[in-house]
Ligand binder design. Structure first.
Ligand code: ADP
Ligand code: NI
Length: 214
């Protein structure tokens, strides 16, 4: 495999996500690809597998492409068209299967490559970008910004998490503040720590403004 397949994968995901504004857009995939590469270099993982899994991790997402989700048809077709071996296709599919956050049902990938991609995807849900994505998602799904009468639920199963319709501020307590403790690699743990601190400052400022304190 050479660099050309990566360039073609970038072009491919650009087309797939052309009209998505739900938080899973092309630039999310591109950031995950760049961050996963940075982590993989630090952790000594196989760069090509990490890059392909990062680029293809959302093309068969259950929300965006429910009909191809189960068999990951889009990712598998792309890899087959580029003559990637069945062994590597299987490795990449195994990574994509476990990348997504699923509440207390989340899985730790068994390969170092999977750990890099999962960490990169999770890092993109926190920090300054994570805040922007959460409110974009909330608006896209008609969620309230915040409602103090709706309590948050911290330990949700995959099903509860996916069916959950509470406010965007609650999402910080239900997912975003949990992520820094779930990072697999030392590289991601260090980055997550800073992004987590930044989000906590943001939420405390939000609450102070909400209460008319400052
Ligand atoms: P993943 O990338 O793990 O599959 P999701 O599909 O659950 O993540 O979410 C995509 C983006 O939308 C993430 O940034 C996530 O934090 C945000 N998001 C998901 N659910 C909510 C929600 N209920 N409220 C606000 N933001 C959300
Ligand atoms: Ni993602």
């Amino acid at each position: 495999m050479d660099k050309q397949i990566i360039d073609e994968a970038i072009e491919y995901v650009k087309n797939v996500f052309e009209h998505d504004y739900s938080g899973h857009d092309f630039f999310h995939t591109l950031r995950v690809y760049k961050m996963a590469t940075t982590i993989a270099e630090q952790e000594g993982a196989d760069i090509m597998i990490v890059q392909l899994a990062a680029l293809l991790h959302d093309v068969d997402d259950s929300k965006l492409s429910p009909q191809t989700h189960a068999n990951k048809d889009k990712a598998v077709d792309f890899l087959n068209r580029h003559d990637v071996s069945q062994e590597i296709i299987k490795m990449i599919c195994d990574i994509i299967d476990v990348v997504s956050f699923a509440g207390i049902d989340s899985t730790v990938p068994n390969s170092i490559e999977g750990k890099c991609v999962q960490d990169a995807d999770r890092l993109d849900a926190i920090g300054a970008i994570g805040i922007a994505r959460a409110f974009a998602y909330g608006g896209n799904h008609n969620r309230a910004i915040y409602d103090p009468d709706i309590p948050f639920k911290e330990e949700m199963t995959k099903k509860e998490y996916q069916n959950n319709t509470s406010t965007t501020i609650n999402h910080f307590y239900e997912k975003l503040f949990l992520l820094s403790k779930l990072m697999n690699t030392a590289t991601a743990k260090a980055i997550a720590k800073e992004r987590d601190a930044y989000m906590r400052i943001y939420i405390s400022e939000f609450m102070a403004e909400w209460e008319g304190i400052r």
